[in-house]
Design a protein. Structure first.
Length: 271
């Protein structure tokens, strides 16, 4: 694991305020993403990389009771997580708070499913300079009501003029999806490793305001960056705290012990 010079647990916890938990170079807070982002000092973050818990797709599909999501409408359902009520107004507020938190000449990555991209993605152009969409090829097919889903999309945008680390990053990333994950919609750590490698340097601060299972944090700490994250869910904070504590100690990632990159795929981000 890469080490960060001058890590400070107290320093990153101070950014999140009272009640934050964490270790050397990382901190987590339980709370609404808009409230937590609003508390961050302006220009304090080097990268925001996140996978929002959109409600639009699931409401549109009118989920009922199922093996994967349990009873979707039940607030006590332990198979699912509390979602971001993604009206255009709340999503714009989220984007503006992200812009405020980022330092000048920094980057934003926001993951989308196809439905949320159509309903909300265009709003990013009102706040950021949108550069492109990246396709995450999950390698394995998932479920689907019509065509079975095998990809998601990552919107890449900038605040200022910072370039990527090098010119060898493609706009299609082949990383297997997780099967039987510990947390709903848990994303592979390698997705965030690519974002972090492309858009940050050693010791810089990565933020994920939709923490989930802590994949962005595990990637950041493992690559020698600092990290802050938040989530409204108690279980998300508990799982992520255990995970980041293990990774920061150089121990195996308890929520993703192995690589999800196919053997035939070059690790272009590890130059």
């Amino acid at each position: 694991m890469a080490r960060v010079a001058g890590r400070s647990g107290a320093g990153v916890r101070a950014l999140l305020g009272k009640g934050a938990v964490g270790g050397e170079g990382w901190a987590l807070a339980r709370g609404d993403c808009l409230e937590v982002l609003g508390r961050l000092p302006a220009g304090s973050v080097d990268l925001i990389a996140t996978d929002p818990a959109y409600s639009g797709m699931n409401n549109h599909m009118k989920f009922g009771h199922g093996r994967i999501v349990g009873r979707y409408s039940d607030p006590e359902n332990d198979k699912w997580m509390r979602e971001f009520r993604d009206s255009p107004e709340s999503f714009l507020e989220f984007l503006r708070l992200c812009h405020r938190a980022l330092k000048p000449d920094r980057h934003l990555y926001v993951m989308f499913d196809s439905f949320s991209l159509l309903t909300l993605g265009h709003l990013a152009r009102e706040v950021f300079d949108v550069k492109c969409l990246v396709t995450w090829d999950k390698v394995r097919m998932g479920m689907g009501h019509w065509y079975r889903r095998q990809h998601e999309l990552v919107l890449f945008a900038t605040k200022g003029k910072r370039k990527l680390a090098h010119r060898g990053f493609p706009d299609v990333w082949r990383v297997k999806r997780l099967v039987r994950s510990a947390y709903p919609t848990q994303k592979p750590r390698e997705l965030f490793e690519i974002m972090i490698a492309a858009s940050t340097s050693q010791g810089e601060l990565v933020c994920d305001p939709f923490l989930g299972a802590g994949s962005a944090g595990a990637a950041a700490i493992g690559m020698g960056r600092r990290f802050i994250g938040c989530d409204v869910g108690k279980r998300a904070i508990e799982l992520s705290k255990v995970r980041l504590d293990a990774v920061s100690r150089g121990q195996p990632d308890p929520l993703q012990p192995g690589s999800l990159v196919p053997e035939s795929t070059a690790r272009f981000w590890q130059r």
